[in-house]
Write a protein that binds this ligand. Structure first.
Ligand SMILES: Nc1ncnc2c1ncn2[C@@H]1O[C@H](COP(=O)(O)OP(=O)(O)OP(=O)(O)O)[C@@H](O)[C@H]1O
Length: 301
């Protein structure tokens, strides 16, 4: 796969505060990269360095195209977009088209983003989800090869978020647009990103696929939750290190789920069984030095 961006040993400090330290990775053409990390981990600083708003103190960020014309090739959608609320959707689209000298087909784009019925509506009348879809559409009008999206679905309800995901998938598939996004929603990253970068206190804690991250950090452990048919047999669960949960439920963490399940069926008889694989959230918490206890509380590892 051809690289479109190469980031080498990038570091950035604000005063004596290190925001980024020795960040290196490549982005392939047409890839979706998800950047995650706790508040203050350095996500926005990294995007700002990539889009030339900040200069790194050290290291290089190179694009396949000439950096002098960077903004002809990239689109940037930062955390909060502001639009003149009295403008009509169609007018702002036309304005962007003119400003960027683009030959994009506005009506087609509005259709794809399910905004055609809103074309003559004032922006102030749009829901949060539609506003966000419009913001992404505007980012794409000059047909950039790479788009940067910082926390694009914050404040949206689950349906609106999924609509945004769908338009991003569509753009990525149809135009092979490379997408770099940050998010605090790990389900969003899991759904969209080909690879994830996990930042922890400005450092690269992980770069790779979601699947590999789970395999690497979970060590193959599964979580089994169940009830037992006869509560009088609960003493037999001690040998499995079962933890009691509210609602007469039990939880066992094991790397050998098949053996444990077979044993449980023989020993106690189980019902309402759930077997959970670790998620990106477990990886994220582990990297940050935390885990969830059996009651879902966050505890230090
Ligand atoms: N312009 C700035 N001046 C001073 N410090 C800054 C500046 N921008 C960021 N920082 C600091 O750099 C660190 C990284 O901030 P950054 O905004 O990149 O984190 P983030 O991962 O995007 O956080 P969030 O999830 O809260 O948006 C933080 O400690 C932040 O306080």
């Amino acid at each position: 796969m051809k690289e479109i961006i190469s980031i080498k040993d990038v570091s950035k400090k604000f005063g004596d505060k290190t925001a980024l330290k020795d960040i290196s990775f490549d982005v392939n053409m047409g890839e979706i990269i998800g950047i995650v990390g706790h508040n203050g981990a350095g996500k926005t600083t990294l995007i700002n360095c990539m889009v030339d708003i900040y200069q790194p103190d050290k290291g290089n960020i190179d694009f396949i195209f000439d950096k002098k014309s960077l903004y002809d090739h990239i689109g940037v959608q930062m955390q909060n977009s502001y639009f003149e609320p009295r403008s009509k959707v169609i007018d702002i689209c036309k304005l962007y088209k003119k400003l960027t000298n683009s030959d994009a087909n506005i009506l087609e784009l509005l259709e794809e983003f399910e905004l055609k019925d809103e074309a003559k509506n004032n922006i102030s009348n749009l829901s949060g989800g539609k506003k966000q879809r419009l913001a992404i559409l505007l980012t794409l009008i000059h047909q950039p090869e790479v788009v940067f999206l910082d926390e694009l679905t914050s404040g949206l309800d689950p349906v609106a978020r999924r609509r945004v995901w769908e338009v991003l998938k569509l753009v990525n598939k149809k135009k092979a647009t490379t997408i770099i996004l940050t998010s605090h929603f790990l389900d969003e990253i899991e759904y969209l990103a080909d690879r994830i970068l996990i930042l922890n206190k400005g450092e690269m804690a992980y770069m790779g696929t979601v699947g590999d991250s789970i395999e690497r950090y979970s060590d193959g452990e599964k979580v089994i939750e169940f009830q037992i048919k006869d509560e009088r047999a609960s003493f037999k669960l001690a040998k499995y290190n079962a933890v009691e949960l509210p609602g007469n439920r039990y939880q066992i963490k094991t790397k050998d789920d098949e053996r444990v399940l077979k044993g449980l069926i023989d020993d106690a008889g189980i019902r309402n069984l759930i077997v959970k694989s670790p998620t990106l959230e477990d990886v994220f918490l582990k990297i940050a030095g935390y885990r969830l206890d059996s009651e879902g509380r966050i505890v230090n590892e």
